[in-house]
Design a binder for this molecule. Sequence first.
Ligand code: MLT
Length: 275
Amino acid sequence: MNVDVCFSPKALTEDAVKGKIVVVIDVLRACSTIVTALAHGAREVFPVADRGEAGRVAAQLDPETSLLGGEQGGQRIEGYGAGNSPLEYEPTLVAGKIVVLTTSNGTRAFTSLKGPAETVVGCFLNLSRVVDFLRELDEQTNGVDENPHVLILCVGHDGCAALEDVLCAGMILHRLWSGRAPSGLADGARIALTQYRSVHSRLARSLFNCAHTQRLIALGFGDDVAYCARVDAIPLLPRYDENLLILDVADKERARELVSALPENEEELAEAVEV
Ligand code: MLT
C-alpha cells in the first residue's frame, strides 16, 4: 500500500487527491464531532464550507428534522442549534436529523477535495476502525499492484499543521504496520510516524500541549479535548458520499447498539464512570 500524509488541505493539488483513498483527520474538533453525531443517531452530516452555504442548505430542509451546527473562532455561531463541541451532539438533539455543519477548517477540507476514489473520517475516537479499513483495502489488492494509494489529510489550522492531527495520523500508521514501517515510505508518512513514536509514551501530555488544545481550554472547552483524545471510543467509520457524511448499514446498526448502551440516568452514568 502506498500511503502519504499531507499536513494541510491548502497544500494539496488536484493531482494529489485524484483517485486516492483519502482519510480526513481533524481531531479538534470537526471529525470528532462528526463521528459523535453519527454515532448518536444523526441521519447524515452535511459538511459545508461556510456560513453562507450552511444557511442556503438549511433553508431547503425541514427545521424539525435538521440541525444547524458549527463554530466561528471556536464558539457556536449565533442562531445555530449547536456549536462544534462533540459533547453537544447528544442523541436527544441529533437522532434522526440531518446535521448541517460548518467549521473553520474541518468541514472545508471535505468540500475542497476534487476527485478522490473514496473519503473517510478519522480521529482518535475511531482510530482502530480506520486502521482496519486500510488493512482491508490492502488485503483486497494484495499482490495485484501498488494500489491502493492512500492519502491521510491532516486538516490542521488555517493552512498550517496541527500537532494533534499529525499524532493521530502517526498512530494510525504505527498500528497499520504493527510498528514495522515498510521501506520506501513517503516523507509525509515518515514525519507523522516519527512524531508519533517520539511521544507515544506521553501522548496525553503532548495533546495537552498542542496549540489548538490550549486555544480550546482558554475558550472553556477543555472537556472537549479530553473527549476527543479517547482512542477507539466510537468504532464507526463515516464515509463522505455525494456531499454527505454517512454510516453504512452495518455501522448504523453498531451505532444503535452504542446508543442503547449509553447510561440512561445519573445512577447508570455513575456506574459506567466507575467501570
Ligand atoms: C475546525 O474545523 O477548524 C475545528 O474543528 C475548530 C474547532 O475546534 O471548533
